[in-house]
Design a protein around this ligand. Sequence first.
Ligand code: CMC
Length: 393
Amino acid sequence: TGFITLDTGYKNTGATKSSITFLDGELGVLSYRGYPIEQLAEKASFLEVAYLLIYGELPTADQLSNFSNRITKHTNLHENFKKIFDGFPSNAHPMGVLSSLVSSLTAFYPGAIDPDANAEVLDLTIVRLMAKLPTIAAWSYKNSKGQPLMYPKNNLDYVSNFLYMMFALPNQDYVIDPVVVEALNVLLILHADHEQNCSTSTVRIVGSAHASLYSSVAGGINALWGPLHGGANQAVIEMLEAIKNDGGDVKKYIAKAKDKNDNFRLMGFGHRVYKNFDPRAKIIKKACDSVLAKLGVKDPVLEIAKGLEEAALNDDYFKERKLYPNVDFYSGIIYRALGLRTDLFTVMFALGRLPGWIAQWKEMREDNEPIGRPRQVYIGSNTRDFVPIDKRK
Ligand code: CMC
């Protein structure tokens, strides 16, 4: 079997070659297909960035309208989905609902299961995923509120349609706020890809067994849900609220985070790759101030966040370990200001990360990568004889 290198958590192991996303953790650089994240966040729409990630180049106006029209055509869900929604308890976490329903897309579109399906089938699967994920997310929210499901409105753009399905009610006017659309657009772009992170590696490894794109993305959604990964955005707000309700003493929580006998970690702090700053966090912090100002929202939790950040950045423990605020530290404050419930924050991350998962899965299959199958260093018992049950101690 030869020599096996042990690298738990794959801290230094490259699992693939990729031409999608570049990041430099020391310099705080992030680019998609060569375009700096700062420029994309400022100038592009989320669908443009999705096209860029999936197909490799920024779309022409025709390519973008074609992509967008195809997605719009597929935003509806099969009526039987309503029965599945009905079966979930109203307090089901939307991430569990999301991954289950993405898995169940294989039942409705079994053509995607065939690993030898032609390019047209794969493209339809990509379009269906992009089109249906917002509808699934919005319907799971409506279901949890006991409100009627809102069908997609096809004259709206991607982000506006999502907001409409989430917040509109039948027979009531719903005005879409351009400030909210713009903020969501930026957040989705910032989350759209991040090379071989935990959920993306999951998507690639599930797909490496030639499992369908739907199944692979469902796996990615489950990985993203974890609080060390995308679930951190929900955990950050819960932490900030707990600090506020406990009198707002940030120093006490800094001490807790440093205490090795305490499991508490400063959520939204630290990153496996960024050891200087997270470029996404910089953009989000600025966006956070401007969105709250534009919406006229005063959130006491923002003050706690700023105090906590300042205290941590001046603390030797955090300095020595190069722990800085990551993308999730301020994103939750914006989501709250936009009116999203805390348990939906990670769903928003999933909507943003979807094009990245798709692009990475597609690249892996196009490059004919072998099945992902890490080795191990066995440290268990030597060979021993079977003991009958009545002789066991
Ligand atoms: N609070 C307190 N101590 C921390 C934190 C934190 N948030 N993060 C890392 N450390 C300490 C850790 O205890 C360790 O200390 P020591 O060297 O004394 O044992 C050292 O810093 C290195 O940490 P690590 O856990 O070995 O680093 P990692 O690369 O395995 O973990 C991480 C990276 C992001 C999982 C971790 O920093 C963390 O748990 N952060 C909080 C959760 C979070 O915000 N996750 C979102 C990540 S960004 C978006 C995403 O990926 O979804």
